[in-house]
Structures are given as structure tokens and as C-alpha cells.
Design a binder for this molecule. Sequence first.
Ligand code: FES
Ligand code: FE2
Length: 460
Amino acid sequence: MTALEKINPSPAGVGGTALYDWDYLVQEDKAHRLIYTDPAIFEAEMTRIFGGTWTYLAHESEIPKVNDFITRRLGLRPLIIVRDAEGKIRALYNRCTHRGTTLCRWDKGNSKSFQCPYHGWNFLNNGRLRGVPWPEGYAADLRDPKYNLAQVPRVESYRGFIFGTLNLEALPLTEHLGPIANVIDEWLDRNPGGKVVVCEANRFRYKGNWKLAYDNSCDGYHVAYSHRSLLETENRFAGENAKGMAYYRNSPDTQAMYMRYTGRGNHFKDKRPNLEKRPGGLWALESAHPGMEHYEAEFIERYGDRAFALLDLAGSEPVNINVFPNLSLLGNHIQVFEPVSVEETNAIWYGTMIVDEDGSLGEEAVTDINALRMRTQEGFPNFGEVDDIANFEQIQRGLMAVEDEWVYMNRGLGVPDRIKTAADGSITAPATDEAFMREHFKEWKRLMKSRTPFAIQREP
Ligand code: FES
Ligand SMILES: [Fe+2]
């Protein structure tokens, strides 16, 4: 038995959520500036969204061994994601139960217990209080579970991706993900053993609301303008054969790509229809980067007939998969959005490597592929993300004009025969449509209005 403590994060009239008319602030075709600028709305989101729905926390490959841990956040809650001494993955609140100090100050490590730097309380990595200095000074029974660390009550993984929620009524994770899980499967299954391992990250922080990044995650409308310099570089190298970013050079809506909304705020942008199904088909789409021809020649020299199939493993998968509210799989990256304040956000691009558990590729090939993956994963964060972040910051500035209240997301809305809804409810539209944004805002609104019970838990 674990002890559950019900929490009520936004009682009516406190924290402000009951003061807002959500149907007014987010309408079918437009959203009010306040949802990006109002600190009370941000505070409500940090529980109703980041907590109210399954939220990505970390990847299992970041804590591969027993007692491994990594520090992360759920909204603004500091967490320790740990594989405890029995191998169970937990999300402990990184907050000492004595006076609230951040318990663990490390980014990651391996430890059976955590000792608070303030007065030395010591906790096992299952969250139980193990001991305190000079316990004879306490008349209280320190075995009371209230002194054990708080934990996220529901933590589940989908194929290595660890999610958590405080919402006791949330669907099981796989059911919640629904059709987007199939797209995640495809993203993983092209890798040997259907696996990737997370490596280090490109880290960005921008002065803008977290939703600006999620609103951009499936946006095919901005590419030709926001990423003009990148596009021109690619066009120069691609010649007549459109590839990668060059899909966007003419009218992107007539290219073989589309966006699809799959429910619960999740969507993906699919450029895979452009892919030629042959060894080297994916590599042929890879963005130009320094040394590319040299690497290719080297692979052909070393691996002969296998070279192009191996190069494909270094190539970026042409799909953006967005899992509301904070996860994007794009190319070979795992991108995570971390809210810092109403007007500040971290956008972190974790690189991924392949593994060769059955030894079928051989160590040399795996090392070569992973080295080249580092090159292919340097491109977009450095030459593309900077364009996006510049826009996010300029939007945040623009939204300071208080009298000009609305932003529009109505591209594609009401155009006959443009948007297709399938029997399973998924919605498919041309690459530049804002259908994905209208849909994820319905989910946002559903969560902001919801009054489902939340809880934390402690070991008994
Ligand atoms: S705050 Fe942690 S031991 Fe006092
Ligand atoms: Fe972009």
C-alpha cells in the first residue's frame, strides 16, 4: 500500500482558474494574448497541464542501471527520476520533507540514498526517510510516512519514454497516447533492435511562453520564411531534387507531406512520403553539412554494399512527432520543452545514438554511425532552432501590446475539401494548415477546465 494524498491545486477563486472564461480566451479560430502572458494562467497550467496529463519526464536510457538517477521537472516541480534499488522507476519530488530544500543538487548520478545538504536528513532512493542527525531531539515519530519524500503517483513508460501524471483518473499511458504510439513505433523501429539511447543535448533558453514552441512544433507555414537562410543553403546543394528543407521551396501544400492530429493534443508532420524506399533513400534527404561527402566516401570504402543502409541509420527521420505538452521527436532528436516562467522556456534537444545489442552491425559500424549521427544532429538546432526562438521572443514582445488581443490560428479553417477527418477521429490537413494548433488548444482547454482529482504519494 502506498499513501496517497489528495491535493486540490486550484480551488475556485484561488489561483485564479475559476476567474477565467476559457471558452472566451480560446476560440475555434483565435487565442487571447493572456494565455501567453498571464502569470496566474501559467501557474494554473503548471498543475492542470503539467501534472493533469501524462507529461514526458525522461528516457529510460538515461538511468540504465539500478540506483541511477537524473534530475528533471514536472512543470516547476523539481524531481529526481530514479531507478531504485529494486529496479523500479520512480519520480521523487526533489524537495526535502524537513524544510523544503532541494535535496539532490546533481544533474545525474548513481546513489542508493540522498542526503539533504541543509541538516543532513537522509532518504533512500525509494523515497523513505532513512535517518536524521541526532534523532533523540525529536518527540515526533519520524517513521510517520509524512516525512517520506513525495512522489508522482503515476509513472509509466512507453518503449523507453518515461511519463508521469498527478491525475489519478488519467487513462493508462498507452491508451492515452493512442494512434501517436504507432508513429513513435515507426520512429523507433527503423533503428537496430527498435531502440535509441539518449546522449547529450543542445540546450536553449528563450524569453517566451512554452506554448509558442508547441504551437510551432507542427507548423509548416513558417518554414520558407523563418528558415530562409537554411532553405537557401539546401536549395543550393539540392539542385533540382527537392530534399529536406527544400520541400518547402515552392508551394509546400502541393508536396508529398501532410500534418495529422491524432487526439489528446498529439500530432505529427510527415515528410516520409518523399522518401525513396531503397538503401540510401533516407541519406539522400539529409541536409547538407560540412564533411558530408567525405563521410559518405569513407562509408563506401569501409562497408561496400552495406554502406548506404548504414548511412540511412545516421540520416534524420523526416517526421516531427509532437506529444502534448512537452515532447517532440524530430529527425533523430528528442526535444523537450521546459517552462521556466510565463515568459521563459528551456528548449532542449537531446541527441540519440543507436545500439547494437545482437551484434549484427559490429562495433566499428556502430561507432561510425553514431559519430555521423552527431554531425547530422548538429544542423537543425544550430541553424534552424535559432530562427524559431527569435520568433518566439518577438511574439512575446508583440503580445505586450495589451489592446490588440488576439492571435489567429485559422489557416485551412472553412476551406472546402481541405481537411479530412477519418473514422478514428484523426484529422489530416496540408502541411501549412493550423489545424494541429486548433486541435491541441481544445485539449489544453479541456485540461484547464477539468476538476479531476490530483494526488501525490509517499511510501508507507
Ligand atoms: S531542509 Fe533538509 S534536512 Fe533540513
Ligand atoms: Fe521552425
